[in-house]
Design a protein around this ligand. Structure first.
Ligand code: C2E
Ligand code: MG
Ligand code: MG
Ligand code: MG
Length: 281
């Protein structure tokens, strides 16, 4: 009979763990394949203001491997561990530049920003800063249009070097958002010293916003904190009108979520512009 393992209150059967391990070994190999970048693509999720006007997009990576889409949180974590994240990061940077070049030819998108997620290991690479600056120069892209989303996990690494790199990029015109704010480890002392321009309120605070007084309190407090520090706020994971209405009442002004748009491939963005304008009003 199956051995059982008690882990944080959950019971796993040992064969489930074996399967999980085999699965990650397969993914691990896949990430090391020379064909990796041919299996990657980006989807773009709209970010809108309180009037439903488009302000920008977040680029989200997808990996189609053996006819299946692997969940980003799974493959990103594996890629960080086995080093594939560097190859992905280079590919992503090139794609981001191509997107920004393309979008500047489309009037509705020309002033839009692009937010790109950066994992701690990528950020820690010695060439991270020069690679970004060089790419923007090569593609003649206005650095103001690029936003980098960092997570609080980054702050666990050497803070002095992180801050230095952030300052170098900030001076060049690139902006920083702190992603999934409130779910990580950041202390206010760190945040105070980082050249951030934005906080992204994590969707876990949005999910129950209509019936949770404590989530409403948390959101209000984050807004107050951001205001005090002069930071912009984007609220993530808005799925329905009830949540949006509540968030607007609390003072949220910028949003991202399935209510406005799912993450879409570049070629599908144009057909969904009118929808952004209609929904938010
Ligand atoms: P994230 O940066 O916080 O991205 C937002 C996630 O929330 C995305 O999941 C998006 O599809 C999802 N989302 C957006 N609106 C809604 C909504 O209304 N409801 C719900 N339930 N979900 C919503 P996704 O694409 O699965 O990505 C998961 C995470 O993987 C991202 O979280 C980010 O941390 C990481 N990730 C994705 N792409 C990249 C990348 O290119 N580089 C790095 N380093 N990390 C990435
Ligand atoms: Mg993000
Ligand atoms: Mg997030
Ligand atoms: Mg996240």
């Amino acid at each position: 009979f199956a051995k059982q393992l008690q882990r944080g209150g959950l019971v796993f059967h040992s064969n489930e763990i074996d399967q999980e391990q085999r699965h990650s070994a397969v993914l691990d190999q896949g990430l090391k394949s020379t064909q990796l970048t041919e299996q990657l693509f980006l989807v773009y999720q709209a970010q809108v203001d309180e009037h439903g006007q488009l302000i920008g997009f977040e680029a989200l990576m997808r990996w189609q491997y053996q006819n299946q889409l692997v969940r980003p949180d799974i493959f990103i974590a594996l890629a960080e561990r086995n080093g594939a994240i560097y190859k992905m990061g280079g590919w992503l940077l090139e794609q981001a530049c191509q997107f920004l070049t393309w979008s500047s030819t489309i009037p509705e998108f020309a002033s839009c920003r692009l937010s790109v997620n950066v994992s701690p290991k990528q950020f820690a690479h010695p060439n991270f800063v020069p690679d970004i600056i060089q790419s923007l120069l090569n593609h003649k892209i206005d650095p103001q249009r690029l936003h980098l989303e960092l997570t609080e996990r980054l702050l666990l690494e050497n803070p002095a070097i992180i801050v230095q790199k952030m300052q170098d990029l900030r001076r060049y015109g690139i902006s920083f958002s702190l992603d999934d704010f409130g779910t990580g480890y950041s202390s206010l002392a760190y945040i105070k010293n980082l050249p951030l321009s934005e906080l992204k309120i994590d969707r876990s605070f949005v999910k129950e916003i209509t019936n949770s007084a404590s989530d409403r309190k948390i959101v209000s407090t984050i807004l107050l904190l951001a205001q005090g520090l002069g930071l912009n706020v984007v609220t993530e994971g808005v799925e329905n009108l009830e949540q949006l209405t509540e968030l607007k009442k609390l003072g949220c002004k910028q949003f991202q979520g399935f209510f406005f748009a799912k993450p879409l491939r570049k070629e599908h963005l144009l057909t969904s512009i009118p929808q952004f304008k209609a929904d938010g009003s």
